[in-house]
Design a protein around this ligand. Structure first.
Ligand code: HEM
Length: 214
């Protein structure tokens, strides 16, 4: 398998694996399990928090599952109307999930460090989503591509978080200490990588840059 194909398969598998993960909250009673084990009974019985939580994980899952397909130039060229439809679903999903994510971030386990880490992620996620959408409305294609690269790098925080958390447990780092650090490192390095990809693509001619997206 070529390097590029391998990376695409890995990219898709991560997106699909984490994208379907929220389904567990619909299939299993999570009271006393995982993240919910660290929540107070008052918070768990709050209808507003509950609604926001399910809104966040459902639309976050849809964003994760749909977003990765949009980066293939081949798919864009062949099925432009599908790209537009999936794009609208993606933009709306990120909007709903980030607003709900911002709300549940206020109650994040791990205190102020996690509150700031996750709310910073939620605001950056919403901002890049709006920028990506408004740039395509104005038909600024390059800007649209660049904002979407940044935005999906932030969506991918859901993947990086779920890689770092088990690694921190293998390294025997206390859960809450790890969670505080991860609430930041799950997204800030992703954004830096997005900037590196954007500046690398800016150095190559347009035709080649498009082929490289496949
Ligand atoms: C990129 C922006 C995102 C932000 C700002 C964000 C924010 C949050 C916050 C604040 C929590 C609760 C943490 C706590 O209470 O300690 C959470 C949990 C969760 N989020 Fe997100 N999230 C994002 C992306 C996603 C995506 C794309 C998905 C879809 C897969 C997702 C799925 C979940 C799930 C399933 C949980 C429950 C925790 C668990 O069981 O692991 N999130 N998120």
């Amino acid at each position: 398998m070529k390097n590029k194909t391998f990376l695409w398969v890995l990219f898709a598998l991560c997106a699909l694996g984490v994208g379907f993960y929220p389904a567990i909250y619909y299939l299993v009673d999570m009271h006393g399990n995982g993240l919910w084990a660290s929540k107070s009974p008052e918070l768990l019985s709050s209808a507003v928090w509950h609604t926001a939580f399910y809104m966040h994980i459902t639309f976050g899952g849809i964003a994760m599952l749909t977003g990765w397909t949009q980066f293939s130039q081949k798919l864009r060229n062949r099925y432009l109307s599908a790209h537009r439809l999936i794009g609208k679903i993606y933009v709306a999903s990120v909007m709903l999930s980030s607003i709900a994510g911002f709300y549940i971030a206020m109650f994040a386990s791990g205190g102020i460090t996690c509150v700031l880490g996750f709310s910073g992620l939620a605001l950056s996620w919403l901002f890049t989503d709006i920028m990506a959408y408004t740039s395509i409305i104005k038909r600024r294609f390059k800007d649209h591509e660049n904002w979407m690269i940044r935005n999906y790098a932030l969506t991918f925080a859901a993947v990086t978080l779920r890689i770092y958390l088990p690694l921190s447990q293998i390294a025997h780092i206390e859960f809450i200490t790890a969670y505080r650090v991860i609430s930041w490192i799950c997204w800030v390095p992703n954004l830096l990588i997005a900037e590196m990809i954007i500046s690398k693509r800016a150095q190559i001619p347009v035709q080649t840059a498009l082929v490289q997206a496949d």
